[in-house]
Design a protein. Structure first.
Length: 285
């Protein structure tokens, strides 16, 4: 008798899945931690000035102080709610506008559909970044203005993807059968269509958060946001005057690391979502 031979192919296939699951757990835990920091940011002590200007990191000030004696660590924590909150809210509003326009492009008759698609084409042709810079230079936006301004200039990126997904789902047999049984579109939308396109919505939302984070940081870095709006981008802008001094290490690197880490986290979550979606599609009958 020959001894049974055990193959390790199953184990090899399981390892990548386990690794992906661990990465997903780590990414989700980090996102929860960042959101917790953002929520508690307003409970941090006031961002006060002092005479201890441009002090390097020490036991008293863990990340040093800036040119007016404010703690860099306190600034990072107080800027987290604005930076993360603006990105999340802008992405949500842009996705809401995008799915609304996509729904109109699907439900409207031929003339209405053509109008919606032409509006989308016009929004794509207009250089949104340039228009955003011009509007921001004309009137430095605060928190209330940035969210609708950026959402209105970025909603068009999602319309065609969402329209194709909606058309695919509306053409399925279960939707047709449910309509023949008397179900109306609100019921179909809530119970059939939205659950089916949820992975696509999640992926688009994460991509919108990445774009919104970079655009908010870019506007603040260029000094085009309100002067009292504290973000990681504005902290980068404040550090630019000290690039040729030792102070750049504790003025520039902390907000840069925060922005980079947040963007890497979002990209990791986006990749995890894409892998889950492809796995579901591959395992679907």
């Amino acid at each position: 008798m020959t001894a049974p031979v055990y193959s390790d192919h199953g184990t090899e296939r399981a390892r990548p899945r386990l690794t992906l699951q661990l990465l997903g757990i780590v990414a989700l835990s980090t996102l929860v931690l960042l959101l917790l920091i953002a929520t508690l940011g307003n409970l941090i002590p006031p961002y006060l000035t002092s005479t201890e200007t441009l002090q390097p990191p020490s036991q008293r000030h863990w990340l040093g102080t800036n040119d007016i004696g404010q703690s860099v660590l306190t600034g990072l924590l107080r800027a987290a709610p604005v930076t993360i909150g603006l990105a999340l809210a802008t992405a949500a509003l842009a996705l809401l506008i995008g799915i609304t326009m996509a729904g109109l492009a699907v439900m409207f008759p031929k003339v209405g559909r053509a109008i919606v698609l032409h509006l989308t084409d016009m929004a794509e042709i207009v250089p949104s970044i340039l228009l955003l810079l011009l509007l921001s230079a004309w009137h430095q936006p605060g928190v209330i203005e940035i969210i609708p301004l950026m959402a209105l200039l970025t909603w068009h990126d999602d319309v065609r993807i969402l329209r194709s997904v909606l058309l695919r789902e509306m053409g399925r047999e279960n939707i047709t059968l449910t309509r023949h049984m008397g179900a109306r579109w609100p019921y179909l939308l809530l119970h059939h269509i939205l659950p089916a396109i949820l992975p696509t919505l999640t992926g688009l939302y994460l991509q919108n958060v990445v774009q919104a984070t970079m655009r908010v940081a870019g506007l603040a870095f260029l000094g085009l946001t309100a002067a009292d709006l504290l973000t990681w981008g504005s902290m980068l802008q404040d550090a630019m005057g000290y690039l040729h001094t030792p102070a750049w290490t504790w003025l520039l690197l902390p907000p840069a690391f925060c922005l980079t880490g947040f963007l890497l986290l979002l990209m990791t979550l986006d990749q995890q979502q894409a892998r889950r979606s492809s796995h579901r599609q591959g395992s679907a009958p």
